[in-house]
Write a protein that binds this ligand. Structure first.
Ligand code: CMC
Length: 392
């Protein structure tokens, strides 16, 4: 009673104020802490961007090397936590494995759970940034039945992740600098996106004073949905279907427009962008570059380009201001790097982690924060009397 403002899906309601990420959806602008995404993608590194998002400023050389050192010292998982992976079926999707293991960190690292102790928050921040790539690599190794590799802290975080994912024990792993650079850039592009579904989830869980690990686990689960981070997997499946069934691109577009069986053009549309997603523009170029460099001519890239061209000139998409989003081309890059489709959303989670942490910390640092507790407009019965089961 008395609550008359309903905004399903938060289409026009701010859930918080924030100084982390700025988006102008009409103009297609994205900035982290004021820095344009295009500059960060070209000139920065994922760890530097993580620092920027979490602490608010670009690090000095000393601050960056200290931050990097602390992260690289924490990449190993507790041996018992390593065994946790054995309990999952081999064909498990790696996203629930990732979120479960992230949540399990709160059982293994009980000395860094207090959200009101800045030192503990700092330790859990470093632990998450260091350990999530190891967990992600183990989730992959589990799915292919291969042995886990311990992190090698003489390598950078991204190199180490690639080695733990694709390497084998007792075999040197040769890092391809082009792949490392492209992956680092993809992580930067995914690092934050203000109050999206998973970030809002992290904030809401954290607003109850739940610890950082468990709040991040909630974010990973929200990200898994195909309307959010799961879209990168859904795009590849859509492209595979079009190729496999020999569908004509214009027939597929017609199906989407007719909303036949609820078919959507995955990787298109965005709640905030009513213009080309600036991340998609960067990713599109990288997809071409990396596929050229790896010599991986991919028929799916050609289908994707035809879909994009058809959609951008079709009234259905033009009228609704539907443009490619970040997920439209990323899967093609991950695929060229050797990642199976089911790992794509895991890659998104690795990228989004510093953003989630930054938002959780921003919320806790604000003394006016209250527990998130939305109201509702009740549409159920008014009062009625209980009847005994025999009388129903
Ligand atoms: N294909 C076909 N029609 C679409 C699409 C699409 N991908 N996206 C939106 N529409 C239509 C929708 O059916 C509606 O049409 P109508 O006015 O006739 O009812 C209109 O466009 C407005 O869409 P909406 O669903 O009200 O928009 P929303 O802001 O609630 O949803 C979205 C945004 C991203 C969930 C949606 O565009 C979508 O489902 N896209 C496909 C999934 C996807 O690529 N998600 C990744 C988003 S970017 C990365 C991330 O956030 O994780």
């Amino acid at each position: 009673t008395g609550y008359t403002t309903l905004d399903g899906g938060f289409v026009n309601t701010a859930s918080t104020s924030s100084a982390i990420t700025y988006i102008d959806g009409e103009k297609g602008i994205l900035r982290y802490r004021g820095y344009p995404i295009e500059q960060l993608a070209q000139q920065s590194s994922f760890l530097e961007v993580s620092y920027l998002l979490i602490y608010g400023e670009l690090p000095s050389a000393d601050q960056l090397s200290d931050f990097t050192y602390r992260i690289e010292r924490h990449t190993m998982l507790h041996e018992d936590l390593k065994r946790f992976f054995d309990g999952f079926p081999r064909n498990a999707h790696p996203m629930p494995v990732l979120s479960s293991a992230a949540n399990a960190l709160s059982a293994y690292y009980q000395d860094s759970l207090d959200p009101n102790d800045p030192e503990q928050v700092e330790v859990s921040t470093i632990r998450l940034l260091a350990k999530l790539p190891t967990i992600a690599a183990y989730a992959y190794k589990k799915s292919v039945g291969q042995p886990f590799l311990y992190p090698d802290n003489s390598m950078t975080l991204v190199e180490n992740f690639l080695r733990m994912t694709f390497g084998f024990p007792a075999e040197p792993y040769e890092v391809d600098p082009e792949v490392v650079k492209a992956l680092d850039m993809l992580l930067i592009l995914h690092a934050d996106h203000e109050q999206n579904c998973s970030t809002s989830t992290v904030r809401l869980v954290g607003s109850s004073n739940a610890n950082l690990f468990t709040s991040i686990s909630g974010g990973i689960n929200a990200l898994w949905g195909p309307l959010h981070g799961g879209a990168n997997q859904a795009v590849l499946e859509m492209l595979d279907d079009i190729k496999g069934q020999g569908l004509d691109v214009s027939d597929f577009i017609r199906k989407v427009k007719d909303k036949e069986d609820g078919v959507k053009l995955m990787g298109f549309g965005h709640r905030v962008y009513r213009n080309y997603d600036p991340r998609a523009a960067i990713v599109k170029k990288t997809a071409h570059d990396i596929l050229d460099k790896l010599g991986a001519r991919d028929e799916l890239l050609e289908i994707a380009m035809k879909l994009e061209e058809a959609a951008l000139t079709d009234d259905y998409f033009v009228d609704r201001k539907l443009y490619p989003n970040v997920d439209f081309y990323t899967g093609l890059i991950y695929r060229a790097m050797g990642f199976p489709t089911r790992m794509f959303t895991v890659m998104f989670a690795l990228g989004r982690l510093p953003g989630w942490i930054a938002h959780w910390r921003e919320m806790h640092a604000d003394p006016t924060t209250k527990i998130g507790r939305p109201r509702q407009i009740y549409t159920g019965y008014t009062e009625r009397d209980y009847t005994e089961v025999s009388a129903r």
